[in-house]
Design a protein around this ligand. Sequence first.
Ligand code: TUI
Length: 311
Amino acid sequence: MKTILTSILGTQYPLIQGGMAWVADANLAAAVSNAGGLGLVAAGSMDKDLLRAEIKKTRLMTDKPFGVNIMLLSPYTPDLAEVVIEEKVPVVTTGAGSPGKYIEAWKKAGIKVIPVVASTGLARRMERLGADAVVAEGYEAGGHIGELTTMTLVPQVVDAVSLPVVAAGGIADGRGIAAVSMLGASGVQVGTRFLASEECNIHSNYKDLVVRSKDIDSRVTGRSGGHPVRCISNQLTREIDEMEKRGASFEELEAVTLGSLRKAAKEGDLTGGTFMAGQIAGMVNRIMSVKEIIKEMFTEYEKIMEWGGSI
Ligand code: TUI
């Protein structure tokens, strides 16, 4: 495919992998890039030495463009922001905040900057500061989320900025790509579907949970602390729910949530882990290779575009 986004990214497909902390390592990033998408190393769980090592590993596994996702709530962000410059990473995406103070330095270093936004306000601010594109991520997505659904956010962001808009949240097949292309999106970001890939290095309990989960199995916790997070319902989400209902303090909540993402991804701790995943997990029913996933998604998308939809 040749689109505005594939020209910016240097990829075969207008697809970016979600920046999933504790999940997206060199192995997943390289697999996505080798399959024609833009793979991302998620720096959310890393300090600067770990990120540098993971970038070098990715380069050994692919000669295609890849990116780094910087999760802006990380205490290491200032260091990580320098590492992507030093290592000449071609693309940076950001999440969970405004990357405003880093954009100028990244642009000067020739990095393509693609912030994830959950509102038109932040999208406009990012355009003014020189972003190359934005990812508009809806409420259906896994992990930290905003208030608006993909269906409502994407067209509003498309109208608000002149930049290419990448849609995220609830996209896991060709129908999803076709749908957001009708809303004006220039590409898609996909996270949840890649959790159920052969190349994803998460614990098998995490993959099984995604494959087995049904449409209504995700929950949003963490609203009381201002950082709502979507994950698959389990003992921990029920516990957090009860704590939030009785007005538990930040410290009490932190005591049960600290390290829970690592417990999910690395240990497969079904009762104490936070298994972040989007609402579309109900439709992800099989573990496939990254290459098969991307091929299947775009083959289906092209078929739909020839057919023209069902209305
Ligand atoms: O960032 C994500 N998804 C994430 S980050 C993450 S790690 C985490 N763990 C516990 C608590 C919080 C985070 C897991 N999943 N997606 C992109 C995204 N960014 N979604 C929503 C936002 C966002 C929200 C508000 C971005 C900016 C914002 O406001 C910033 C501003 O200044 O307006």
